[in-house]
Design a protein around this ligand. Sequence first.
Ligand SMILES: Cc1cc2nc3c(=O)[nH]c(=O)nc-3n(C[C@H](O)[C@H](O)[C@H](O)COP(=O)(O)OP(=O)(O)OC[C@H]3O[C@@H](n4cnc5c(N)ncnc54)[C@H](O)[C@@H]3O)c2cc1C
Length: 409
Amino acid sequence: MESCEEVVIVGGGIAGLATAVALKRVGVQSLVLERSQELRATGGALTLFPNAWRALEVIGVANKLVSLYTTFNKEHVTNLMTGDYQEISFTHDGLRDGLGVRAVHRKVLLEALAEELPSDAVRFSSKLESIKDEIIDGSSISTLRFEDGSTIRAKVVIGCDGVHSVVAQWLGLTTPVRSGRSAVRAIAVFPDGHGFERDIQQFVDDGKRAGIVPINDKELFWFMTHTSLPPEIEMVSDPESIQNLIIDNLAKGFPPEYINVVRHTDPTTLSWAPLMFRYPWDLLIGQTWRGCVTVAGDAMHPMTPDLGQGGCTALEDAVVLARHIASSSRSSSDGFEKAIEDYVKERRVRVAGIIAGSYLSGWVQQGGIGWWGGVVGRFVRDHIFYRFVFKRLVKVSEFDCGRLTCGEC
Ligand SMILES: Cc1cc2nc3c(=O)[nH]c(=O)nc-3n(C[C@H](O)[C@H](O)[C@H](O)COP(=O)(O)OP(=O)(O)OC[C@H]3O[C@@H](n4cnc5c(N)ncnc54)[C@H](O)[C@@H]3O)c2cc1C
């Protein structure tokens, strides 16, 4: 007989695991269903800003990570076309508060989250295929069908199943769109030390933006976002071919230290994908919840990575959702429905704004797309953006998503 769970979370990435941990903190048990056979950490590393660290502190995970990773003070941005140089400080105003800005290994973050859960709270090799909703004894129940033919019933379903979310599709949210840009990213390893300061280096060029982000003394995260190439080129998946394409083509003319970092890539961490986002207005007017089903993380708000906020806002989602569920009357499906509605109402304006800010930031930093876009984009980037706009956009990362106030907290 199929089991009936109170809360099912689809997807065991940052959003799914953080949501399960946040719910556990308020005394709500959940089951995470993940399609992979183990925790999946595509992309190697990510930068977490103060908003993410606040959320991690609230769910009791930050302390495990802060001793492993130190903070950044600055970002250095070099315009390779004009030679202009700008310095962005991470030690001003709200960015100085809390736990700062740090890059972490994705795998370490996922493991730190998963360790907080009982061993049977995450079920692997469980790929959701479809959802059916029905009313049983006056309560709304969802039946989830998986690729292997099994089914699970749940009172509450939280789709944390990433950009191509089955749950978002079922809700009726529009399919995320391509931004016209793609990103390559990986970790580079220097067994004898890389010798870089603990600052972020960024290089902007015509249609490209690249960066080097130290993780520790021996490892660096590097990335390049660029105007998308024809699909037959971007379908290459062999890490060595991608690395050669960067060195010989996309990063031609880049500083030798960037090329050297790319040469030290750990091939198992390399990924290359088009950058997708959801139109912000779809979150404002679209169906982000139905009954006791909703979405969080990239499933709700896929965004381009230009403000480094996708993972950070997924962690915020987890805390906000758990707070609303904790304060609801969970004895009836009406209580859960109200909690989910309140969660969506609290989140959608913020995340819609961040999607728009990220897109704008990426478009401008990369110097626009197309001929006219290029002229306008480069002018804005070189004369206005870093001086006046970027610091304001980065303020989104000073956000405090609040506390959890019951259960184990
Ligand atoms: C180039 C790049 C750089 C980035 N840099 C940063 C950064 O510096 N800082 C930052 O905060 N964010 C960054 N991001 C964004 C960040 O990676 C994402 O926002 C974050 O990983 C979202 O987490 P998630 O759990 O919502 O989704 P995902 O990480 O995609 O996890 C979804 C999970 O659901 C599972 N799943 C999918 N479908 C199903 C299904 N049908 N059934 C069951 N399971 C399923 C997947 O296997 C996966 O484990 C970056 C993104 C890119 C592309």
